[in-house]
Design a protein around this ligand. Structure first.
Ligand SMILES: [Zn+2]
Length: 256
């Protein structure tokens, strides 16, 4: 029986730990820099053996969702669960470049948030112990169901707890500090992204757990707004970089 879903402030994102009397499930792979904090939380706050962490879900391959998984496995022996894909997300030369761009963006975001400089480097390739498809239950945690909610990348997962009506959507929806809900900047497949939003809306979850912005109830009107405002064209790392450079240049000119 699920006791609680513990929400922790990670280096770049929220971390959600599903707590059971004798086992623990981490709903996403967090940053490499979060690993000591997660282990200390299990030991000191929950008073548990770290080996009670039985599984870590990797919702997608970005540094704040996959970065800690392999290190947590080494420390606890937990199983890594991910989407069922034949290819790595960061495959080939283009994949290597994207990996470096994504990683440097994570460092940039940490810097912008005023976080201390921590090592965020992580393996570019993920070797999951368990690959799941849409609708599958999470092994060892059968009360959690995997939903494919792609669009942000080609392999995004959401994790749904039907009994409580809570769903963790990773980067599908982001809540800003001003309480507004927005689409993520990076949208790999705009059409699939909209379908994923519709899928979550249809579930009518009681609470949506986000990697950025905590947890909130999202009403139909807000879902419709997110669907309406969803990018119509692909937004890639290149666009993010162009946007950052543009903003920096604009700022410099304004100062003169
Ligand atoms: Zn992401």
């Amino acid at each position: 029986m699920l006791q609680q879903i513990l929400r922790l402030d990670g280096h770049l994102q929220n971390i959600y730990l599903a707590v059971y009397p004798d086992k623990l499930l981490l709903l996403d792979g967090c940053c490499r820099a979060d690993v000591p904090f997660v282990l200390a939380t299990i030991r000191d706050l929950l008073g548990r053996d770290v080996r009670q962490l039985k599984a870590v879900i990797v919702t997608h391959m970005h540094a704040d969702h996959a970065g800690g998984a392999s290190y947590l496995k080494k420390a606890t022996g937990c199983q890594i669960i991910s989407a069922n894909r034949s290819k790595q997300w960061y495959e080939g030369v283009e994949g290597r470049i994207n990996y470096l761009l994504d990683l440097s963006l994570s460092y940039f975001v940490a810097y912008r948030h005023g976080s201390s400089l921590k090592n965020l480097n992580y393996p570019r390739e993920l070797f999951a112990d368990i690959c799941l498809n849409d609708g599958d239950c999470v092994p060892m945690f059968e009360d959690w169901q995997i939903l494919e909610t792609i669009g942000h990348t080609d392999r995004d997962l959401s994790v749904y707890h039907q009994q409580t009506g809570k769903i963790y959507v990773a980067d599908l929806i982001i809540k800003l500090r001003n309480q507004h809900f927005v689409n993520p900047y990076n949208v790999h497949d705009p059409q699939a992204y909209i379908q994923s939003l519709q899928k979550i809306k249809q579930l009518q979850p009681k609470l949506v757990l986000m990697a950025h912005g905590g947890q909130a109830f999202i009403d139909n009107q807000t879902f419709d707004k997110l669907i309406k405002k969803a990018p119509k064209v692909v937004r890639t790392n290149k666009d993010i970089y162009n946007d950052i450079v543009f903003r920096v240049v604009k700022k410099k000119f304004r100062r003169k």
